[in-house]
Design a binder for this molecule. Structure first.
Ligand code: ADP
Ligand code: ZN
Length: 435
């Protein structure tokens, strides 16, 4: 049941002293990186004596990482680095994270811990449908699964026919997939006349890398007849393996033997009371190549109070509600894309893909929601489609407080991203970037 029982169930007191010890060792290491050097070698800075003192240190932001490109956060001699991962950096410098051999070993072990926790064993066949390369999602799971001992198929994303062929031929039992792709792939399975419960051996899907709602998870579980577990991570902390759901499926255990966790008000930077939603701030306490202190993830979540019945002592975070920077402001009304997804996924007849566009019409913001219909809804009568249109419009209006323009489309007609789904396109002249 546990990959590492001692560490996963360490009592809170011992877990916190381990954190303090690792945190001080990290401060020492981080002081060798140019960015932290001045801060941490100030006169009189002698490390910290309790975890609560962590909040006295300044935050590190994505902008800091960009500005310090390429080596400002590197804390070891370059010869100790065995790999780098980098974000796409479509605007400005990319962010670069360096890994030593030790970092890679720890990361593999964390991913193996997560997969084992959800029930993967060495007898499983694991098909990894995430992108390989600079993106950490594919490679991170790949090495974790190999460490666990499962046969790993490094297929990468896309090419649904080939995915299904591999799943059938090799009896794939576990997949790692973007939630948006899990739903699209299921429609291909159905189009091929296959029944996942009868024709496949699949039992577990790991879904993550992009925000998705509980409704989407349920839909994935029902369409495939499997269990879907939420997987959270970010390249700055390693990649996947930072927080993960256990069989209870009620929040993701965030591995506190590797990360110190804070949740702060995104506006003021002050801690929010336990259980309240805010921005997740993480400090890596085992990483050596690029240790990061109080990193502002921009991801919004909350700590779930209380112990998990599974026996693990590491605290749980709620599913990511969105990013502090993906909130849409439509004529002054704040709306998160997740609210729209949640509403759509509850409506029968709605298919796998949707796209939100924000237009400016007569100097007013206008929300456009295009959504695909499921195959049976599309083949229904015209009045059936009109009825569905009315239901979608009313539900979105009720949820968001604004009246969108709703377009119902045939399945497969919206652009399908191979990587993370692009859900929001802001077309206003002052529009924000895509998110
Ligand atoms: P980028 O920031 O360029 O997208 P990453 O691949 O490191 O690079 O993505 C990390 C981000 O992906 C997280 O900060 C978070 O916003 C999102 N993410 C990762 N896993 C999840 C998840 N399970 N649920 C919601 N969002 C997630
Ligand atoms: Zn648990």
């Amino acid at each position: 049941m546990y990959w590492n029982k001692d560490l996963e169930t360490l009592d809170r007191g011992r877990l916190e002293s381990l954190q303090l010890q690792r945190l001080n060792a990290t401060l020492e290491k981080a002081s060798r990186a140019p960015f932290y050097k001045t801060l941490l070698s100030r006169d009189g800075f002698r490390g910290i004596s309790s975890l609560s003192e962590l909040s006295r240190l300044p935050f590190t932001s994505k902008a800091d990482l960009r500005q310090a490109f390429p080596y400002g956060f590197l804390a070891v001699p370059l010869e100790s680095v065995v790999r780098l991962h980098s974000s796409s950096g479509t605007t400005g410098n990319p962010t670069v994270i360096y890994h030593t051999k030790e970092d890679i070993d720890d990361w593999q072990d964390l991913v193996a811990r997560c997969m084992y926790m959800a029930g993967v064993r060495k007898t499983d066949v694991f098909q990894n449908m995430m992108g390989y390369g600079l993106f950490t999602g594919g490679i991170g799971f790949h090495y974790g699964a190999e460490k666990l001992g499962a046969m790993t198929i490094p297929i990468g994303p896309g090419n649904s026919k080939r995915q299904i062929w591999f799943m059938r031929e090799f009896g794939t039992t576990v997949i790692h997939v973007l939630p948006s792709y899990a739903l699209r792939l299921a429609t291909h399975v159905q189009e091929m006349g296959l029944d996942p419960r009868r024709d496949l051996k699949l039992r577990i899907a790991f879904v993550g890398a992009e925000p998705h709602t509980e409704e989407t998870r349920r839909r994935i579980e029902e369409t495939w007849g499997i269990k879907a577990y939420n997987s959270y991570g970010l390249s700055e902390m390693c990649g996947p393996g930072v927080a993960f759901e256990c069989p209870e499926q009620s929040g993701m255990h965030i591995w506190e033997d590797h990360f110190c966790v804070e949740v702060v008000d995104p506006e003021t930077g002050k801690p929010v009371p336990e259980g309240e939603c805010g921005e997740l701030v993480l400090t890596s306490i085992t990483r050596t190549g690029t240790p990061l202190l109080r990193y502002r993830t921009r991801d919004l979540t909350r700590i779930i109070p209380g112990r998990c019945p599974c026996g693990r002592t590491h605290r749980r975070i709620d599913r990511i509600l969105g990013r502090s920077d993906d909130m849409m402001i439509i004529n002054g009304v704040n709306i998160f894309p997740q609210q729209i997804e949640q509403t759509l996924m509850r409506i029968p007849g709605i298919g796998a893909n949707y796209l939100i566009e924000i237009h400016e019409e007569n100097f007013m913001d206008k929300l456009h929601v295009s959504v695909e219909m499921s195959a049976d809804a599309f083949q229904g009568t015209l009045s059936g489609v009109e009825g569905l249109h009315g239901r979608v419009l009313a539900a979105l209006k009720e949820e968001t407080g604004v009246t969108p323009v709703v377009k119902l489309l045939e399945g497969g007609s919206l652009p399908a991203a191979e990587g993370k789904a692009v859900r929001v396109v802001d077309l206003r002249p002052h529009g924000k970037r895509e998110c």
